[in-house]
Design a protein around this ligand. Sequence first.
Ligand code: DQA
Length: 158
Amino acid sequence: MKVMVIQGPNLNMLGIREQNIYGPMKLEDIHTQMKAFADQNGMEIEFFQSNLEGEIVDKIQECLGDADGIIINPAAYTHTSIAIRDAIAAVQLPTIEVHISNVYRREEFRQKSLIAPVCAGQITGFGPFSYHLAMVAMLQIFNEMKAIKEAQQQNVQQ
Ligand code: DQA
């Protein structure tokens, strides 16, 4: 099963931007770790980063028929984007929202997510390890999806 990892604006600057908040790790290093987890657990994985809201909406739409789940850090769009929220609601794929920092310990404007209500869950505040936790959660969701599919197939056969 395939997970699409979508990274929002300024996450291409990880390792450079506000290291006191986001730490020294680069996005490509986070992706290398996620790929290793995917390989170990028989998951397919693809990565996408954009600074543009419309491109993120397009990518979410493209997931239909291409991916089984989405891990997304919408970055600043978390707090503003009805378009990204609607795209996630439209494709109806299990989606996990990730944040490196704990958005609930930061400015008030970061404490509201427009995205979380259409997600399976939200992981926030564990640094780059948030992405690893999201992979573990996605693996669990995939296993549950497989079990439901197998049970349905058995019911059809009976
Ligand atoms: C972030 C938190 C957002 O508020 C911020 O705009 C980001 C990164 C995080 O991962 O902690 O760009 O999504």
